[in-house]
Design a protein around this ligand. Structure first.
Ligand code: GSH
Length: 319
């Protein structure tokens, strides 16, 4: 039987998933020198509640209190062969900015020759009517660094003394955790799947150890890396464990990781960015090469509002 990859253009000869690069990397700058000056009301974020990459940018916008400055529109979690669409369904809406029906219209308005996958998140410039950037890493950084005129200064997700270490850890988290679950789930050969799952769980084991002595990854306050880890952890037991077959352990089986997950979930404003119904329906219905019946599992039963017990861990250790 021929095994079809979820994204055939992004598969190595050995059956490994090799993610496409982000296409648009324009930069919004506080001083305007990059050609996209930071302005209130000028830029708009297109996201899906289901997508972990988009989720980072939603969290950044929320924590930095940029909601009044940057509009946001959510796509329908169910993606068919036409790609992400704007529809009036629960938790999503029509596009109030451009009246697009499909997110692909934003990509083609920016580059008529665009042939890659059309992905969320997208940061759109209403003035020049084009995508500024579709890289979640860049978008989160811009929210942190370039919107100082409006952002909440009490939340520093990229503190100066830690920048090198944060960048380093982010790279590792991407390889082993954020993209790690996709590398396992999208593998089309048994050896590649097994290799990726082992790498993923070795990394989770290492994080479990690190989080035994420190409340967050870099001490007493969450930084960018914590939220980048959070978006994968929060989807893990509901989706990656079953749908992507990352099932050596669940997050709830790890005392420190599960307490840490609940701690972050209970941060002001975060729970309202987590929509399990959309997350589960998106993955189980949209990846029909992996789940052809499109049955969405009922479970797991989990309570992220239960006490996390991590207040006492204040040490700046764990590195
Ligand atoms: N920006 C990254 C990640 C964004 C991403 O992959 N988002 C997913 C949703 S979680 C998406 O939009 N996929 C659209 C598709 O697969 O057609 C990329 O371009 O690979």
């Amino acid at each position: 039987m021929v095994v079809r990859a979820q994204f055939p253009g992004e598969e190595s000869p050995e059956g490994a998933f090799v993610r496409q690069n982000d296409a648009f990397r324009g930069w919004i700058s506080a001083d305007g020198s990059s050609g996209f000056p930071a302005e209130a009301g000028r830029y708009h974020l297109y996201v899906s509640w289901a997508c972990p990459w988009a989720h980072r940018t939603i969290i950044g916008r929320k924590l930095k209190r940029l909601e009044a400055v940057l509009g946001m529109t959510v796509v329908d979690p169910i993606r068919d062969e036409r790609g992400w669409a704007f529809r009036e369904v629960p938790g999503a809406s029509a596009d109030p900015v451009n009246g697009f029906q499909f997110l692909s219209e934003a990509y083609h308005a920016t580059d008529p020759a665009y042939r890659g996958r059309v992905t969320v998140p997208v940061l759109w410039d209403k003035r020049t009517r084009r995508i500024v950037n579709n890289s979640e890493d860049d978008i989160l950084r811009m929210f942190e660094l370039e919107f100082g005129a409006w952002a909440d200064p009490s939340i520093d997700l990229y503190p100066h003394p830690l920048r090198k270490e944060i960048d380093q850890l982010n790279g590792w988290l991407y390889e082993r955790i954020n993209d790690g679950v996709y590398r396992a789930g999208f593998a089309t050969s048994q050896p590649i799947y097994e290799e990726k799952v082992r790498l993923l769980f070795n990394a989770l084991d290492a994080l479990e150890k690190r989080l035994s002595t420190t409340r967050y990854l870099f001490g007493a306050k969450p930084v960018e890396s914590d939220w980048r880890l959070f978006v994968t952890l929060v989807r893990f037991d509901a989706v990656y464990h079953g749908h992507f077959k990352c099932n050596l352990r669940r997050i709830v089986d790890y005392p420190n990781l599960s307490g840490y997950l609940r701690d972050l979930y209970q941060w002001d404003g975060i729970a309202e960015t987590v929509h399990f119904d959309q997350i589960k329906r998106h993955y189980y219905v949209t990846h029909d090469d992996i789940n052809p019946t499109r049955i969405v599992p009922l479970g797991p039963i989990q309570d992220l509002t239960a006490p996390h017990g991590r207040n006492a861990l204040r040490r700046t250790g764990g590195r």
